[in-house]
Design a binder for this molecule. Structure first.
Ligand SMILES: [Zn+2]
Length: 398
C-alpha cells in the first residue's frame, strides 16, 4: 500500500468505503481515489467504529500514516466516552493490581507445577525468582510461584525484545530495570542517567542535533532510532504477563496460547493480528510503579470482541493487548472484531491532547530495524550553564 501510493511518514491520507464495501485510499480529498491490492490487510487495523462511520455517513475520515510501523493514528477527540460505553457493554473488570499498594511481594499461582509447560517440581526446578510482570517495567513485587526455570529462561528472550522496543524510552524516562537505566547511544549522541540521578544528554556540537526546542510552547523533542526488535516476540512478552494473572480455573481456555508462547521459533502464528493500543500520557511520571488491569468478556458466546484484555500501565505508557488463541474466541470473525482502547484514569483529568493513542501491529516475526522514535517533554525554564560551572557528577553517566 505504501509503495503503491508512495506515502511518506506523516502524510495525511483519506479513507473511503465504496458501494461494494472495499476500502479506498487517496492522498487527496477528491474522487481520484485508488484501490490498493494490499488495503484489505491494512483495513484490519481500522477500528470497527471508524469503519462504521465511514459506511454510515459515506464521509471520509482522516488518518495520519506512520510509515515505519504502518499504524494508523486515529484523530478522533471523542473516543473516551465511546470507549467507556464499549467496556461497560462487553466486559467485566478483574482485580486491579497496583504495585505501589503492595507492602511485600505478591506471589501468584500455586507451588509445585509450572502453569506453562505443566511440568512438576522434580521434573523441573523453580529456583529462579520469576516475575509475573517484567522488571523492565519497574516491577519487583509481582512474582509467580508457578513459572519453572526452563520457561523463565525462554521468556527472558521475549523480554529482551521488549527491552529493545522500550530502550529509547527507558533511557529518556530513567526507567530502572534489573541492570539499571540503559544508556541510549546513536553516533555521538548519548542519553541516560547521570551520577546524580538526572537525565543526561550529550551530543557533539558540530553534528546535527537530535534535540529540538520549541521556545514558544516550552517543549523539547528528542528524536532517535529505535533499537531493532522482533514485534512478534514483544507481543509474546506481554501475553506471558497476561497469562501469569489468569485464574487457575480459567487457564484451560488458553492452552493454545501457551503452546504458542512455548514455541521459541515463532513458527506457530495466531489466526489474528497481534494488535496493541499504546497510550502515551504527557504528564510527569503518571505511573511511577506498574498497574495491571484485566477484563473478561461478559457474554461467553459474544463473537465480536475478544474474551480477555490485559492492560499494563507503567511510567508514561499504557499498553493494552488481548490474549490471542483463546478457545472461547473461535467464533470471532477477526476482520470484524471490535477492540477499543480503555481510557486510562488520566483521561479524566488531563486534556485529551495530552494523551496520544496508537494502534500498533506486532504480528511480524521479522526483526524491525531503523524505526524512528521521538518523545516530547515540556519545561518550565531553560537555563544555560557555563560548562566550567557544571557539577561533574551531573555530567557523567552513572
Ligand atoms: Zn515450565
Amino acid at each position: 500500500m505504501i509503495d503503491f501510493l508512495s506515502l511518506n511518514e506523516g502524510d495525511t491520507v483519506y479513507f473511503f468505503r465504496n458501494s461494494i464495501d472495499e476500502f479506498l485510499i487517496s492522498k487527496n480529498n477528491n474522487n481520484s481515489s485508488l484501490v490498493s491490492s494490499k488495503i484489505d490487510k491494512c483495513s484490519i487495523l481500522v477500528p470497527e467504529e471508524i469503519s462504521n462511520i465511514i459506511s454510515d455517513k459515506k464521509q471520509e475520515m482522516i488518518f495520519t500514516l506512520d510509515k515505519k510501523s504502518c499504524s494508523i493514528r486515529v484523530q478522533e477527540d471523542n473516543w473516551k466516552s465511546n470507549n467507556i460505553l464499549y467496556f461497560e457493554k462487553y466486559y467485566e473488570p478483574k482485580r486491579l493490581y497496583k504495585h505501589n499498594t503492595l507492602k511485600e511481594p505478591l506471589k501468584l499461582g500455586e507451588v509445585g507445577q509450572c502453569r506453562f509447560c505443566k511440568k512438576k517440581l522434580g521434573e523441573v526446578t523453580f529456583d529462579k525468582k520469576a516475575h509475573a510482570v517484567s522488571q523492565l517495567l519497574g516491577n519487583n513485587f509481582l512474582l509467580s510461584n508457578d513459572e519453572c526455570d526452563v520457561c523463565n529462561q525462554l521468556f527472558s528472550n521475549y523480554e529482551s525484545e521488549l527491552g529493545h522496543y522500550l530502550h529509547f524510552w527507558r533511557s529518556a524516562a530513567l526507567l530502572d530495570g534489573k541492570r539499571g537505566v540503559p544508556k541510549f547511544k546513536e553516533d555521538t549522541f548519548k542519553m541516560g542517567k547521570s551520577k546524580t540521578g538526572k537525565l543526561l544528554i550529550k551530543e557533539q556540537i558540530d553534528k546535527e542535533s537530535k534535540l529540538q526546542f520549541d521556545e514558544e510552547n516550552k517543549a523539547i523533542t528528542i528524536t532517535g532510532i529505535q533499537k531493532s526488535y522482533i514485534p512478534h516476540s514483544v507481543y509474546k512478552a506481554l501475553v506471558k504477563m497476561a497469562i501469569s494473572f489468569v485464574e487457575e480455573e480459567e487457564l484451560h481456555l488458553y492452552s493454545e496460547t501457551i503452546e504458542w508462547l512455548l514455541d521459541s521459533t515463532n513458527t506457530i502464528r495466531p489466526n489474528s493480528r497481534l494488535i496493541m493500543w499504546e497510550q502515551f500520557i504527557s504528564h510527569p511520571n503518571p505511573y511511577p510503579e506498574p498497574e495491571i488491569l484485566q477484563f473478561t468478556r461478559l457474554e461467553e458466546n459474544e463473537s465480536s470482541v475478544y474474551n480477555r484484555i490485559f492492560i499494563i500501565a507503567f511510567s508514561n505508557y499504557v499498553f493494552q493487548i488481548y490474549i490471542p488463541l483463546c478457545s472461547l474466541d473461535k467464533r470471532i470473525e477477526f476482520s470484524k472484531v471490535q477492540f477499543l482502547a480503555f481510557p486510562s484514569n488520566y483521561t479524566a483529568i488531563l486534556p485529551l491532547n495530552r494523551i496520544s493513542i496508537d494502534l500498533k501491529d506486532f504480528s511480524d516475526t521479522e526483526r524491525k530495524r531503523g524505526e524512528k522514535i521521538s518523545i516530547e517533554y515540556s519545561y518550565d525554564e531553560k537555563i544555560e550553564i557555563n560548562p566550567s560551572n557544571l557539577n561533574t557528577s551531573d555530567s557523567e553517566f552513572s
